[in-house]
Design a protein around this ligand. Sequence first.
Ligand code: NAP
Length: 202
Amino acid sequence: MTYPSTSGTPLLVTGGTGTLGRHVVPLLRAAGHEVRVLTRHPRPDADGVTHVTGDLLTGEGVEAAVAGAHTVLHLAGGPKGDDVATRALVGAARGADVRHLVYISVVGADRVPLAWLRTKLESERAVADSGIPWTALVRPYLALHGRRRRPHLPVRIPGKAGRAYREGANLTLEGAATGRLTWEEFLAERVAEKATEAPARS
Ligand SMILES: NC(=O)c1ccc[n+]([C@@H]2O[C@H](COP(=O)([O-])OP(=O)(O)OC[C@H]3O[C@@H](n4cnc5c(N)ncnc54)[C@H](OP(=O)(O)O)[C@@H]3O)[C@@H](O)[C@H]2O)c1
């Protein structure tokens, strides 16, 4: 099932050139989506994937990147300033016709008192307060690999907490909510529910 009103309009992926993005962009293409990637470095367009040069920290090129995009997958991130970057993206998305914002956060953003994680939490809040329908994913690493692996962290965390992170202690599936439906199945259910809710016409 394809979401009906979005065909022919691009889906913007920030961070589409990064570790996560390099997995996600081909999956979106395989699902038939036209993809636009925001990157700080000019890159050649490829089949169904266009690139817009811009920088979320300076705001350069961000409006052009979101213009006409129905959905934004915000995967861009770095060691500093993710909150600033996310606010710039959200501001531009609010001024455009974006209908869904997807943000990749980090597990523990609301619990671990690290400056970097605070920027993730602030980013989650900016997305949630945007007024645009949104989704935040907090365990993308598990979603990609499906099992424990040593994570790459953009900042060095000292002491026991750092050791636990490096050993992947935060990546347990115990107690984690795991999706059982595909997005298509979810939408199909919603459409069926709406159809039964609709009043009979005379
Ligand atoms: N990898 C994981 O397992 C994992 C797990 C949990 C959460 N996350 C989060 O997911 C996000 C992506 O992670 P990653 O591992 O894919 O990172 P990554 O490999 O370091 O890639 C970073 C991406 O962000 C883009 N980017 C950085 N600063 C930018 C800016 N100022 N403006 C525009 N684009 C910018 C880069 O694009 P260009 O270099 O092309 O400009 C690149 O595509 C991060 O927020 C990270 O914290 C990742």
